[in-house]
Design a protein around this ligand. Structure first.
Ligand code: URA
Length: 315
């Protein structure tokens, strides 16, 4: 029962954080609700109060349903400006300057990728069996999407946006009349920001990267922009937008979303992170992100059908 109360405290702390960051609803399974009710009932019977749980960790003994519920909702709310997070490991140094080699795109890209995958700072932050993650896609892409950081699936597969948010991003790309292989997809971060492991050695959930972590990886993203040379960038979510527009450039994503900005000499659209849509499945939120993507399609001269123009319009 002690463990259950610790789980409840961890969940409560997480829910408070989410509420403060603007998340209004989330779904919790019947089994989780049953487990939570059992804790509350025990407390009502006068069981002693549990020691405070660590703010941001899901206790290892949390019922999987609760741990999963916390993990699912822990993704940073993209409508909220990135906040400095607790560093996950040793201090991250300043990025070391480097030159891109001469040559054609594929060889420059391959050399950059090699550099990132062997980068000692990145590698030191990746757990055994997991991978540093570099951008993927078409080196002649007109559109480059930029996300925040790899998650659990991405660090296993070594590819950005292959988990649930990635599957949604792929659907959005398809909705634009493109294939995933037509665009380039990268992240600000090249490793998954570390959080404590549970007893089984698994990291549940994600945390936003710190300013230092982002500053370390940003030159690698910039170099990918130089090599791929896309027509436009699309920043997905507040953390990516904050990294690309500069720290403190906005307080809430609404201030910059849906408008053109500039990064590394490229027009940049800022929109919601796909994980925001996963949490807010309303036609309204889908329409907002879709309107931003319509602007991107217009900018790069993609044909837009009447059907595409009308996606997610409430009837
Ligand atoms: N979220 C991101 O921002 N990037 C990924 O690669 C996956 C999820």
């Amino acid at each position: 029962m002690f463990e259950m109360r610790a789980s409840l405290q961890a969940l409560t702390a997480e829910l408070k954080r989410l509420k403060a960051s603007g998340v209004k609803s989330l779904s919790v399974s019947d089994e989780s609700m049953k487990a939570l009710r059992a804790v509350v009932a025990a407390r009502a019977k006068g069981a002693p109060a549990a020691a405070p749980a660590k703010e941001s960790s899901v206790p290892a003994i949390a019922p999987p349903e609760i741990a999963e519920a916390v993990a699912r909702v822990r993704e940073p709310a993209p409508e909220f400006a990135a906040k400095p997070a607790a560093p996950g490991g040793p201090p991250v140094p300043e990025p070391a300057p480097f030159d891109l080699p001469e040559g054609d795109k594929p060889s420059r890209w391959a050399s950059l990728r090699e550099r990132v995958l062997r980068d000692a700072v990145c590698c030191a932050r990746v757990r055994p069996g997991k991978q540093v993650v570099f951008g993927v896609g078409n080196l002649d892409a007109k559109i480059m999407f930029v996300g925040e950081a790899p998650g659990g699936e991405e660090e296993v597969q070594g590819e950005p946006f292959v988990g649930p948010a990635g599957q949604l991003l792929t659907k959005m790309i398809t909705g634009m009349g493109l294939a995933r292989s037509d665009v380039y997809i990268g992240n600000i971060m090249n490793w998954r920001p570390e959080m404590p492991l549970d007893a089984g050695g698994v990291q549940y959930g994600n945390r936003p990267p710190t300013a230092q972590e982002m500053a370390y990886c940003l030159p690698y993203l910039k170099a990918q922009v130089r090599v791929v040379d896309p027509d436009v960038l699309v920043a997905l979510g507040a953390t990516a937008a904050q990294a690309l527009l500069g720290p403190g450039s906005f307080k809430a994503l609404g201030e910059v979303r849906g408008r053109w900005h500039e990064f590394a000499g490229k027009p940049m659209m800022v929109t919601y992170h796909p994980s925001y849509i996963l949490r807010n499945q309303s036609n309204r939120s889908k329409r907002l992100i879709w309107e931003d993507l319509l602007k991107v399609m217009e900018k790069v001269g993609l044909p837009i059908s009447e059907k595409q123009r009308g996606f997610f319009l409430e009837r």
